[in-house]
Ligand binder design. Sequence first.
Ligand code: DX5
Ligand code: ZN
Length: 226
Amino acid sequence: MIMKKRISASILSADFTNLGKAIRQCEDAGVDWIHIDVMDGHFVPNLTMGPFIVDTCRKITDLPLDCHLMVEKPELLVRSFADAGANNITIHPENNPNVLRSLELIHSLGCTPGLALNPGTNTIVLEPLLPFAMLILIMTVNPGFSGQAFIPEMVKKVTTTAEMIQKQDPEIILEVDGGINAILIPDLVQAGANAFVSASSIFKHPGGISEGVLSLRKAMDKKNYG
Ligand code: DX5
Ligand code: ZN
């Protein structure tokens, strides 16, 4: 089956003095999701946004809010994110003994349960969890900050994950996050990715947000592969 390809704009690099304008520009440029990077200062060495920002984004846009929780004990937080208007809630299995329970909780709250793997986490972890996830996110940098360089070894991991998804349920979304740009996208599409998170390539694009989104979209729609 042909999956829709999506762009998820990570507001981590947006101008927070004018978040509303930045999100509306993303909307006008045709992004599919707004990606919200939640970091707790423990799971990753950075502290960012909580449900309050999700609630703020919900007031700005009707686009689906793609919430990526890089936190310890996500089970304690998912309800607040669902109440604030999250659509996708993606959690990490690393350092999380309650990952399956958390995925079930996210689903029961009416959100899309997602599972994210750090670069050093083997895809074998996905085997028992795939039936409980509707989205898999492969981190292509070590999580914590925007603006880092893509780790090339992750392309093979995307291929492996795509094969597992094809066997389990081809409707599971395969998202990539970290250092994504227009040059890398064709290889990632060929590897099987269909949702592309980007902060820098959108919000730091020299031509502005709309040009950044357009260049990612063109790269996704290139027909010269596969
Ligand atoms: C990193 C975050 C990413 C980050 C991507 O930990 O999960 O979503 O914002 O930023 P870029 O696209 O600049 O690598
Ligand atoms: Zn993210």
